[in-house]
Design a protein around this ligand. Structure first.
Ligand SMILES: [Fe+2]
Length: 278
C-alpha cells in the first residue's frame, strides 16, 4: 500500500469531454451548472465556476478524453510522477491551459488521466457552490482499473461492492480525505459513467434541483442516498447523454478498513430504486 496519490492530496480539478456540438454542450453547462464559458484558442471550450472546471473538445459524444487531478504541492506531484515512472506507466508531459507541470498517463481502458498543479487565478468566484468532486468510470474489468489507480498510482480503496459470486461490481477509491475521488462500475461499456459536483449540504441540492426545474431539466435519478460514501444525490443528463451527479454529505475518511457491500439496489440507494450497471 503506497498511498502516493493520497500523500499528494490529489483532488479532481477538471475533466475533458468530447462532443459533436461543443459550443452547445458548453452553453448547457454554463446555464445548468452556473458556470462561465469561454472558447480557447485551440477550439476547446472551458466551463468554470467556483472550484469546478470542464473542458469540451470537438469529437464523439459521451467520450472522456481525460480526468485531471491537482496535487497539493510540487513535492507530491514529483513523487507521483516518479511512482508512475517506476511502475512503467510512461508519464509524459501534458501541456494544459488549467494545470502547471502536468503529466499524463493512460489507464488500461485507454482513459487519459493527468496530474499537475492547479494554475492560480482561474477559479470563478461567482456561482452556486459545487466543487467538482469525483469521476466514475464504466469498465469491463474493475480489477484492472483498481490495480492501475490503487496498485500503481497509490489511490486507496475505500469500499467495494461485491456480487454473489464474489466478483467486484464497483470499487471506490480516494486520493485525499474524501470517500472517493474516483470510482468504477462493472458495465457492458467502458468510458465515463458520470462526474459529480459536491454541493456540501442538502439545501444546495434543493437549489440545484430548483435551478434545473426552471430550465425544464428533469432529474433522471434521485433524490437518494448512496450506501458507500453515504452521500445524498440527484442525477441529470446533459444534451450528449453524459450523467451529471450533484451530491452532498460525502463521507470524510480519517482512517478505517475497506468495507464490502452486497451488490443490490439498497447499496446504491438506501432510499429507493437504483440504476444498476451490472
Ligand atoms: Fe457518484
Amino acid at each position: 500500500m503506497s498511498a502516493v496519490a493520497v500523500r499528494a492530496g490529489a483532488f479532481v480539478h477538471h475533466l475533458q469531454l468530447q462532443s459533436p456540438r461543443p459550443e452547445k454542450l458548453a452553453a448547457f453547462y454554463g446555464d445548468a451548472m452556473d458556470m462561465s464559458v469561454e472558447k480557447l484558442t485551440d477550439g476547446r471550450w472551458h466551463c468554470f465556476g467556483p472550484q469546478r472546471h470542464l473542458l469540451i473538445a470537438p469529437g464523439q459524444a459521451k467520450t472522456l478524453d481525460f480526468s485531471a487531478f491537482a496535487c497539493r504541492d510540487a513535492g507530491g506531484l514529483a513523487e507521483l510522477r516518479a511512482r508512475a515512472q517506476s511502475e512503467g506507466l510512461d508519464p509524459a508531459d501534458a501541456p494544459s491551459p488549467l494545470l502547471d507541470n502536468a503529466f499524463g498517463v493512460r489507464d488500461p481502458d485507454g482513459n487519459g488521466v493527468m496530474f499537475g498543479l492547479a494554475r492560480e487565478g482561474l477559479d470563478e468566484r461567482r456561482g452556486m457552490r459545487g466543487p467538482l468532486q469525483h469521476i466514475t468510470l464504466a469498465t469491463f474489468d474493475v480489477g484492472a482499473i483498481e490495480n492501475f489507480y490503487a496498485g500503481k498510482l497509490g489511490f486507496l480503496v475505500s469500499d467495494r461492492v461485491v456480487n454473489e459470486k464474489g466478483g467486484v461490481a464497483t470499487c471506490f477509491m480516494r486520493s485525499n480525505h474524501e470517500h472517493h475521488t474516483l470510482a468504477c462500475f462493472l458495465s457492458s461499456r467502458k468510458g465515463l459513467d458520470h462526474h459529480s459536483y459536491e454541493a456540501g449540504e442538502w439545501d444546495t441540492i434543493r437549489d440545484f434541483a430548483d435551478r434545473f426545474a426552471a430550465r425544464e431539466i428533469r432529474l433522471m435519478w434521485g433524490p437518494g442516498r448512496h450506501g458507500p460514501g453515504n452521500n445524498l444525490f440527484i442525477f441529470i443528463e446533459d444534451p450528449d447523454g453524459n450523467w451529471i451527479e450533484v451530491s452532498a454529505e460525502l463521507e470524510v475518511i480519517r482512517d478505517r478498513p475497506v468495507k464490502h457491500w452486497p451488490h443490490g439496489e439498497r447499496t446504491l440507494n438506501l432510499w429507493g430504486n437504483a440504476i444498476l450497471r451490472s
